[in-house]
Write a protein that binds this ligand. Structure first.
Ligand code: FAD
Length: 372
C-alpha cells in the first residue's frame, strides 16, 4: 500500500526513517545501505558524534580501539593511548558517517511518531516525513535520571547530574559528593580526586571488576550469554555477575590511593550538605548525581506501546505491538551490549535485515526494480 501522501510532505519514497544519528543510528544506516534500502537518519544534534560529544573531556573508553568498532570500519588507535578518549570516538563517528555517505539530516528533532496507512509518519520540528518503517536510536543521554532527594530545595550547594559534568577544574579545592556506584560515578570520582575533596556514596557497596577485565571481557561475556540462551543452555549469568565498575587506569590509580572508598547513601540534604541516618552531616559545595539514564522515547508516545514499568515490549529490536517500529541501542533490553560501540553491530545488522523483510518494503523494492 502506498504511503498516504498527506502524511508524507517529503516526496522521497522511504523504506525507513532512523531517528537518532549517534553510533546506533549510524550502525543501522550502514546495514540499511548494504540492503539497498532508501532511508534517512534524523538527528537532533547539530554535529556528528551522538553522546560522545557531550562526555567530559578526560573520559576514556573502557576498551581499546580495536574492540570499539562499528560494522565495516575498525576504529583506528589513538596514538599513544591504549584506551581512546571521547574526542577520538567523535572523530571516528564523524569519519564513519562521511565514509559511508550516510544520509543524516541535522539538526532535526523527531517530536511524534504516528501510524498512517502503509507506514509511520514522523512529525519533526522541521516538518513531517513518512516511511514504511521507523528505527528509533535516540539513546539515553537526553533523559538523565534524577532521584528525589529530600531537603534538596533547602540545600545551598549545587546539584548536578553526570550530563552536567565538564571536568574537575570548576571544583578545584571544593567539597564534592559523588552519588552512584556505577562506571560514571567511579570515573567522575576518580577524575575529581586529585583536585577536590570528594566523598563517594552509593546505595550498595560498588563492586570493582578484576583489574584485567575491560570492555573486551564484558562484550565476550554478553556474547557467551546470548549464545547459551539461544542454544537452550542454562543462563551463565550476564556482565552484572562479574561486577559493576570497569577499573580504568584513572579508577585504578584513585582506588590504590584509597580515594575511592564509598560510603552508604545519605538520607536527606540539609542546607550545608547531606545527612546520614546516624545524624552525621557533611558539608558539601556540590553534589554530582551519577544516577543513570532512561531511554529517550517521548517521540513514540502517540503509538501507545508502553506496558509494564514503562517498557515497550520488543522481540529482538522489533516492537511486539507495532511491527514497523524498531528500537536499537538502548541497552541489553534491545540486544546484549547494544549500548556499546562494538555491541550495537549485531542488533543493527538484524534490524536492517528485518526491515528489508517487511512485506511493504519487499513490495516497494519489487516495484522499484520493475520500474528500473
Ligand atoms: P547517543 O550516542 O546518545 O545518540 C543518540 C542520538 O539521537 C543523539 O545524537 C541525539 O541528539 C539524537 N536524538 C535524541 N532524541 C532525538 C529525537 N527525538 N529526534 C532526533 N534525534 C534525537 N560504550 C562503549 O562502547 N565504550 C565505552 O567506553 C563507553 N563509555 C561510556 C561512558 C559513559 C559515561 C556513558 C554514559 C556511556 C558509555 N558507553 C560506552 C556507552 C555508549 O557507547 C553510549 O551511551 C552511546 O553514546 C550510545 O549510543 P546511541 O547511538 O544509542 O545514543
Amino acid at each position: 500500500m502506498p504511503i498516504d501522501s498527506a502524511g508524507s510532505p517529503d516526496p522521497a519514497d522511504l523504506d525507513a526513517l532512523v531517528i537518532g544519528g549517534g553510533q546506533a543510528g549510524l550502525a543501522v544506516g550502514y546495514h540499511l545501505r548494504r540492503h539497498g534500502l532508501r532511508f534517512l537518519i534524523l538527528d537532533a544534534a547539530g554535529r556528528p558524534g551522538g553522546a560522545w560529544r557531550r562526555f567530559w573531556p578526560s573520559l576514556r573508553l573502557f576498551s581499546p580501539a580495536e574492540h570499539s568498532s562499528l560494522p565495516g570500519r575498525p576504529m583506528p588507535p589513538e596514538p599513544g593511548e591504549e584506551y581512546p578518549g571521547a574526542d577520538h570516538a567523535v572523530k571516528y563517528l564523524t569519519d564513519y558517517e562521511e565514509r559511508y555517505e550516510l544520509p543524516v539530516r541535522r539538526p532535526v528533532t523527531a517530536r511524534a511518531v504516528r501510524r498512517i496507512p502503509g507506514g509511520l509518519a514522523v512529525d519533526t520540528d522541521t516538518g513531517t516525513l513518512a516511511a514504511r518503517a521507523v528505527i528509533s536510536t535516540t539513546g539515553t543521554w537526553s533523559r538523565p535520571f534524577v532521584p528525589a532527594l529530600p531537603g534538596r530545595d533547602r540545600y545551598r550547594g549545587r546539584v548536578l547530574h553526570t550530563v552536567d559534568y565538564r571536568g574537575p577544574k570548576e571544583f578545584t579545592g571544593r567539597r564534592v559528593v559523588v552519588v552512584g556506584g556505577g562506571n560514571s560515578g567511579a570515573q567522575i570520582a576518580a577524575d575529581l580526586a586529585p583536585h577536590a575533596r570528594i566523598l563517594w556514596v552509593a546505595r550498595r557497596p560498588p563492586r570493582f571488576l578484576p583489574d584485567d577485565i575491560d570492555g573486551r571481557a564484558l562484550f565476550d561475556t554478553a556474547t557467551a550469554r546470548r549464545r547459551a540462551l539461544e542454544a537452550g543452555r542454562p543462563d551463565p549469568g550476564g556482565v552484572a555477575a562479574l561486577g559493576d565498575v570497569v577499573v580504568t587506569e584513572a579508577v585504578r590509580e584513585a582506588r590504590d590511593r584509597a580515594a575511592l572508598t564509598a560510603l552508604p547513601m545519605f538520607d536527606r540534604l540539609e542546607p550545608e550538605g547531606p545527612r546520614w541516618a546516624d545524624g552525621t552531616v557533611r558539608p558539601a559545595d556540590a553534589i554530582i548525581l551519577c544516577t543513570g539514564f532512561r531511554p529517550a522515547l517521548a517521540h513514540l508516545a502517540p503509538l501507545r506501546l508502553r506496558r509494564t514499568r514503562g517498557r515497550i515490549p520488543v522481540e529482538g529490536t522489533r516492537s511486539v505491538d507495532e511491527p514497523r517500529l524498531f528500537l536499537l541501542g538502548y541497552g541489553d533490553w534491545t540486544g546484549p551490549a547494544s549500548a556499546t560501540l562494538i555491541g550495537v553491530g549485531r542488533p543493527a545488522r538484524e534490524t536492517a535485515a528485518a526491515v528489508a523483510d517487511l512485506p511493504e518494503v519487499r513490495a516497494a523494492r519489487g516495484s522499484r526494480a520493475g520500474a528500473g
